[in-house]
Design a protein around this ligand. Structure first.
Ligand SMILES: C[S@@+](CC[C@H](N)C(=O)[O-])C[C@H]1O[C@@H](n2cnc3c(N)ncnc32)[C@H](O)[C@@H]1O
Length: 253
């Protein structure tokens, strides 16, 4: 497949973006939109302070959600067509197109930075220490990383649908965060059946009925509690969240 034209990305990084299209915003009207909303609720207790930056915000759905929760949220992304589609869809969300390596914010002006489904791209394609250093410059308190959990099921599913994407395990993510001076406070695994059944942005959505979608989201919570109780969440969940702070104190080994 020919690489998609992506402004601000060197040609060598284009391949991972071939599956990206601004049309994917339509997925947010379906089951995946509901799954995204429950992910935003899951993130909420981990957010510190009021000024929140969703870096690599894509269409800005999370920014809009956080704004509705009352946060002064801002989203930044390098893809101009995603930012434009996001601004049309979420007119109240503050969405900013990033054009250089520097973030358009003053030192220590952000309380919490969120990287949702972004770190695997940075590790595979960019200078992760420069990227995290820039986050450290603007952020005074907390960094939250959410990313796909590269389990056997995830890899197999990607093979089946021909979806190619770089991977970053929770351990790898924690390692790069530590190297950049962040101290890890919390790690959790989540998303059991609702996310795969929603199809995400690239898979086939499996459930059309709104009632059934609600039931699956509720069942997901029950299954998650069960998996956590038997210690299977790291091997079976589709995503992980890591919470890190700028302070020296580390809670997780
Ligand atoms: C998989 S998408 C995730 C989008 C959104 N966070 C979500 O969860 O739907 C990864 C996003 O990260 C953005 N991105 C990658 N590297 C970036 C960088 N250095 N600065 C800003 N955005 C970046 C991409 O343009 C893309 O929109």
């Amino acid at each position: 497949m020919e690489s998609r034209e992506v402004s601000n990305f060197p040609a060598s990084r284009h391949a991972h973006y071939d599956h990206y299209s601004a049309d994917q915003i339509a997925r947010l009207d379906g089951f995946y939109g509901r799954v995204e909303q429950s992910m935003a609720l899951r993130l909420r207790p981990w957010i510190e302070g009021n000024r929140v930056l969703d870096l690599g915000c894509g269409f800005g759905s999370l920014v809009d959600r956080l704004r509705a929760f009352g946060y002064a949220a801002v989203g930044v992304d390098k893809l101009g067509d995603f930012i434009e589609a996001g601004r049309r869809r979420y007119p109240l969300a503050e969405l900013v197109l990033q054009t250089g390596e520097q973030l358009p914010f003053a030192d220590q002006s952000i309380d919490t930075v969120i990287l949702k489904d972004v770190i695997h791209h940075i590790i595979a394609e960019g200078d992760v220490s420069a990227f995290l250093g820039e986050i450290r410059r603007v952020c005074r308190r907390r960094l939250i990383v959410v990313d796909p959990n590269p389990t056997l099921i995830l890899r197999l599913s990607r093979k089946l649908i021909g979806h190619v994407d770089p991977e970053c395990s929770a351990r790898q993510a924690e390692e790069v965060l530590r190297q950049a001076g962040w101290s890890i406070q919390h790690r959790e695994f989540h998303e059991v059946i609702a996310f795969p059944l929603s199809g995400g942005y690239v898979g086939r959505p499996m459930i059309k009925s709104a009632r059934l979608q609600e039931a699956v989201i509720r069942l997901d919570e029950v299954l998650l509690r069960l998996l956590r109780r038997c210690g299977l969440a790291p091997s079976l969940c589709w995503r992980y969240t890591i919470v890190a702070d700028t302070s020296k104190h580390e809670r997780l080994g």
